[in-house]
Design a protein around this ligand. Structure first.
Ligand code: ADP
Length: 720
């Protein structure tokens, strides 16, 4: 009997399916195949092959072996690991890994080749053309340009059979990085860190390092040097650099291009399908050696991945919260382990998890304590909003307004930072008190003035701002409560009518081009005041930006999130770190109602280590990450009764395991989204517990009815 082929499909199925291998197909593990599933034909990947002898179940045959490069063993192992870690079906990460293959293949292009047939009437133009064609297949346009002849000559030679039209698929290629270009000389601590990274690369096998350097210390220069050393020593080696935002990938792509003279492969959701296909194929064939991208780049079919850099590793955007739930930083470490590669986590404000791994010696800890080239850290001052409040209906306090005016008077730039998109986070009716929300959803509608719409940032619902209250019908009763960046911009315009003001948020910077444009205008000094959300708070270097004003430093501290203090510290340290990155010293002002809060005090004193020590002690006492494990189980459904019954059954079925506590069920903070009610359990365990096994076993005990969805979020970042 033919062999049995185990095929994993990119679908939410618990396991791979068996098919029969047709005679002569000669499949191998990793091959992409088309198989029947019910009435459909679906694409999947071969994960195992075994002898069919003694097997008497009739199996459907594999329909076709696809003309695609196979997935390398490292990717298959990574998919299996990722699925187990996230307690999800392996088809979920596989679906991400196959994204590149789902985009259309490049179409064959017309090429002209010389056939060897001599033209009847040789002329100088014809000879030139044949000489050019002899050098290799060229497109008609390229051939005409190279030979300097007219298209009539080309046509004549085709008619006479001296030239032939062929159709070729042009293999995706990326130019080899130029390793001989001059690089900026590293300062002594940069050089020491770069040497340590090259030593780890030379040692081989899985290695991990935390590159912990203050904003502006030159972490990028350090890892560029390690990349250069690796590419020089190992001609096949591939490198992946992960960034949390598309806007940041643009800046880092430019740094790579400047350093190596070639553009790396770029991979994120904003890439057009043909480009995506090109990168996917070239990475799989080993023809693209450097990839800069967002989290899903981790699933690319690298053949010889030797170095993974996770830049701004603390950033919460690395956590994918929808579909397949994963944290790209943690998954990067896992993939590096599978590939035997070096993973470098870089940040000025590392996550507590990574700091703990560095403290306990699991990661090599490399520190850059000073900014490069004598630039000093910004001076940070707190503005107590109780003592010096803004005028009613305004958001900028007198001391901040004065500081902006002074910066502008010196010809320098200012940034007003508020991590809130839109004009106002809440619209309510003055008459009936109703807070406007999206239909069947708990979260507030955010007013956007540029578009004149009310938008639900959670569900994407939006509507034109109504004239009357949808609840009580009162006219002109809707008031905008609180500020977003658009409102701060409005206030800045009225205060500084002559200044050039721009807004940097995901609404104004919608793609890579827009990001490049705004960054260029900032660098060129065409903008005086940048009003920005976190989209601009990290990574960028604006040499003439000397003042950062944080409009609402307390914003992230509200809500009972495990990481509220840590995240607020990181975000504000990054935002204030944009100030004074070149010759001119920088200053940052934080508007706060809680100047005595530990986060504000640590920011003012520049005492990151002190803050981390206190935060670590609190986590340790509560046995929370990194000292314990955490998972959220969200159960949602549109039918309240079915939901309630299921949740009760699930609560009664908690496996009895030592060192695991299950809290809940409780209404999730967002208790209603798109008409579905949401209940939440939180699970805490010691680090010694196999939390994934616990969660898998628990879920398997009670099958949910069709109307109920169970989502497991291992290591949750969002507690909504
Ligand atoms: P970080 O990533 O640590 O915030 P960057 O690598 O972006 O820092 O460096 C900050 C700025 O300093 C950049 O403009 C960079 O070009 C410059 N810089 C850093 N190191 C050097 C160096 N050794 N020589 C010249 N310029 C440097």
């Amino acid at each position: 009997m033919a062999r049995i082929v185990q095929v994993l499909l990119p679908l939410p199925l618990p396991e791979a399916f068996d098919y029969a291998e047709p005679d002569g197909m000669a499949l191998e593990v990793g091959d992409l195949v088309g198989v029947p599933l019910g009435q459909r034909r679906v694409g999947g990947v071969v994960v195992a092959l075994r002898d069919g002898a003694g097997h008497n179940r009739p199996l459907k045959p594999v329909l076709a072996k696809l003309d695609e490069p196979p997935l390398p063993p490292g990717v298959l192992a990574f998919i299996a690991w990722a699925a187990r870690y996230s307690v999800d079906a392996p088809g979920a990460p596989l679906s991400i890994a196959l994204r590149g293959s789902r985009t259309p293949k490049p179409r064959p292009e017309r090429r002209l080749v010389a056939t060897g047939v001599q033209p009847g009437r040789p002329t100088p133009a014809r000879s030139k053309l044949l000489a050019a064609a002899a050098e290799g297949p060229l497109s008609p346009a390229a051939l005409i340009a190279r030979a300097g002849v007219s298209s009539a000559v080309v046509k004549a030679l085709i008619d006479e059979g001296a030239l032939e039209v062929v159709h070729e698929v042009i293999a995706a290629s990326f130019a080899e990085p130029d390793l001989d270009r001059p690089a900026a000389p590293l300062n002594p601590s940069q050089a020491a860190s770069a040497r340590a990274l090259t030593a780890l690369l030379a040692a081989g096998g899985f290695q991990a390092a935390l590159l912990d350097g203050v904003t502006g210390s030159g972490k990028t220069e350090v890892y560029l040097e390690a990349v250069a050393a690796l590419l020089r020593d190992e001609p096949q080696a591939q490198v992946l650099v992960l960034l949390p935002e598309i806007a940041l990938t643009q800046a880092v792509l430019a740094r790579f291009e400047a350093r190596f003279g070639v553009m790396p492969g770029e991979w994120h959701s904003g890439i057009a399908p043909p480009q995506r296909r090109r990168v996917w194929e070239a990475v799989g064939a080993g023809r693209c050696r450097i990839v800069v991208g967002a989290r899903s780049a981790l699933f690319l079919p690298f053949r010889a991945l030797r170095l993974v850099v996770v830049d701004e590793e603390h950033d919460g955007s690395f956590k994918q919260e929808e579909g397949f739930i994963y944290h790209a930083r943690d998954m990067a470490v896992a993939r590096a382990k599978i590939e035997g590669a070096l993973v470098v986590l870089a940040s000025a404000t590392p996550s507590l998890e990574s700091l703990w791994n560095a403290e306990t010696g699991r990661y090599r800890w490399l520190k850059l304590k000073a900014r490069h080239g004598g630039a000093v850290m910004p001076q940070i001052d707190l503005i107590d909003l109780k003592a010096t409040p803004p005028e009613p209906g305004r958001w900028l306090s007198p001391p901040l307004v004065r500081a902006v005016a002074q910066a502008l008077a010196r010809g320098e730039q200012a940034m007003l930072f508020l991590n809130r998109r839109g004009y106002a986070p809440l619209v309510l009716c003055r008459v009936c008190g109703e807070k406007l929300t999206a239909p069947d959803t708990d979260s507030w509608l955010v007013e956007h003035r540029y578009t004149g719409r009310l938008v639900c940032h959670l569900t994407g619902f939006s509507m034109v701002k109504p004239k009357t209250c949808p609840h009580c019908g009162a006219t002109d009763s809707l008031v905008s409560i609180g500020p977003g960046v658009e409102r701060v911009e409005e206030e800045a315009r009225s205060l500084f009518p002559d200044a050039a003001i721009a807004v940097f948020s995901s609404d104004t910077v919608i793609d890579a081009d827009a990001a490049r444009g705004l960054i260029r205008r900032m660098e060129a000094g065409e903008i005086d005041i940048l009003v920005a959300t976190q989209a601009a708070a990290k990574g960028h270097n604006f040499p003439n930006l000397t003042l950062v004003g944080v409009v609402d430093a307390d914003l992230g501290l509200r809500g009972g999130d495990l990481r509220a203090a840590e995240r607020t510290y990181q975000l504000l340290a990054q935002a204030t770190g944009r100030a004074g990155r070149a010759e001119r010293p920088g200053r940052a002002l934080l508007q706060t109602y809680a100047p005595e809060h530990a986060v504000m005090q640590a920011l003012q004193a520049g005492d990151r280590d002190g803050f981390v020590a206190v935060e670590m002690a609190e986590r340790e006492a509560a046995r929370l990450p990194p000292f314990g494990r955490l998972a959220a189980v969200i159960v949602s459904g549109a039918d309240p009764e079915a939901l309630e019954t299921y949740v009760r059954a699930l609560a009664a079925a908690v496996p009895n395991t030592d060192n695991v506590e299950v809290y809940g069920p409780a209404d999730a903070p967002l208790a209603l989204v798109r008409g579905r009610r949401r209940k939440r359990f939180l699970v805490r365990s010691d680090r010694t517990v196999d939390l994934q096994a616990f969660l898998g076993a628990w879920r398997a005990r009670v099958r949910p009815p069709a109307s109920v969805r169970v989502t497991i979020d291992v290591d949750p970042y969002s507690f909504l």
